[in-house]
Design a protein around this ligand. Structure first.
Ligand code: PBG
Ligand code: ZN
Length: 332
């Protein structure tokens, strides 16, 4: 080791920070609008655009008013969307989830014919919005979630999304084998071009509260701890993700994101697949509420949080702040 090159005073790291041009040229991580994916909540009916009390800047939208939100997003450069549906009907088997006339399917048809390949249309594949009990799968007599019969339903839902024009499906139910089941269902139906983004490491988190209010998807009885991951388990998260990769996932996701940066960074070293991070509703609203209370600067904290996800290894960042961040990126 050369003494001259290690340690102070020969080494002064501040030399890289004093000149802003140099600082710009050695910056390691650059967040861009291409990284952002924006969630959309589609409801039944007509003429609906209803701001959500629990989730700042997010609306319930009927298909006929989608453009009001999508067009300004496109203008800002946000071109990836993740669709969630709020169906009119719920039952035990989540039958409405694969209805070709359900809100997500109608929105996919509408957007794929209107925008084509200008946009990336991804859809959440789960059952909790469609079941009357609010769990992410079919229940057995004893109230536990039946993994293997749920797989079949998830495959049917994914195929209905593919048929409606989804470019990507994102299974979030945390059933074992869901990526493989969906991949083979899509392939059997001629949708081998539809990609699968696994919600691979999805934790049983307290951070989903505002979303469940927005999506009307909280479980009636019990919780999701028998299928979503224990927040204590970092190694198991890697196993979940690598298993999704083996089952044919094209992208892997970590969710929540800010509280799981270690998982994201570790996973980055374990796989060659692209990674997504989901800044979930509670994480996003923590920042918003903190800024509203005057504790933190809203813009700086929001930008720093999203940059952190990119730095930790995320290619795609799913965020309710997509438009706001796009605006800030275009006018620093
Ligand atoms: C449904 C689903 C959830 C989220 C995305 N898909 C909620 C849950 O598991 O309860 C959470 C998103 C958020 O909080 O922003 N399986
Ligand atoms: Zn679910």
């Amino acid at each position: 080791m050369n003494d001259m090159r290690c340690g102070f005073p020969a080494n002064r790291l501040r030399r890289l920070r004093g000149n802003p041009v140099l600082a710009d040229s050695v910056r390691e991580t650059i967040l861009t609008v291409q990284n952002l994916m924006m969630p959309l909540f589609i409801v039944e009916g007509k003429g609906i655009r209803e701001p959500l009390a629990s989730l700042d800047g997010v609306d319930h939208l009927s298909v006929d008013r989608l453009e009001e939100v999508v067009d300004p997003a496109l203008e800002l450069g946000v071109r990836s969307f993740l669709l969630f549906g709020l169906p009119g009907k719920k039952d035990g088997r989540g039958s409405s989830g694969s209805d070709q006339d359900g809100p997500v399917q109608r929105a996919l048809r509408h957007m794929s014919s209107g925008y084509g390949n200008q946009v990336l249309l991804a859809s959440d594949v789960c059952m909790c919005q469609y079941t009357d009990h609010g769990h992410c799968g079919i229940l057995k007599e004893d109230g536990s979630v039946d993994n293997d019969s749920t797989l079949k339903r998830l495959g049917e839902i994914a195929v209905s999304h593919g048929r409606a024009g989804a470019h990507m499906v994102a299974p979030s139910a945390m059933m074992d084998g869901q990526v493989g089941a969906i991949r083979s269902a899509l392939d059997r139906s001629g949708f081998e071009g539809v990609s699968v983004m696994g919600y691979s490491a999805k934790f049983h988190s307290a951070m989903y509260g505002p979303f469940r209010e927005a999506a009307n998807s909280a479980p009636g009885k019990g919780d999701r701890s028998t299928y979503q991951m224990d927040p204590a388990n970092g190694r198991e998260a890697i196993r979940e993700a690598l298993q999704d990769e083996q089952e044919g996932a094209d992208l892997l996701m970590v969710k929540p994101s800010l509280l799981y940066l270690d998982v994201l960074a570790n996973l980055r070293r374990e796989t060659l697949l692209p990674l997504a991070a989901y800044m979930v509703s509670g994480e996003y609203m923590m920042l918003r509420h903190g800024a509203r209370a005057g504790a933190i600067d809203g813009k700086r904290s929001m930008m720093e949080a999203h940059l952190a996800l990119k730095r930790a290894g995320a290619d795609i960042i799913i965020t309710y702040g997509a438009r706001e961040i796009a605006r800030w990126l275009s006018q620093p």
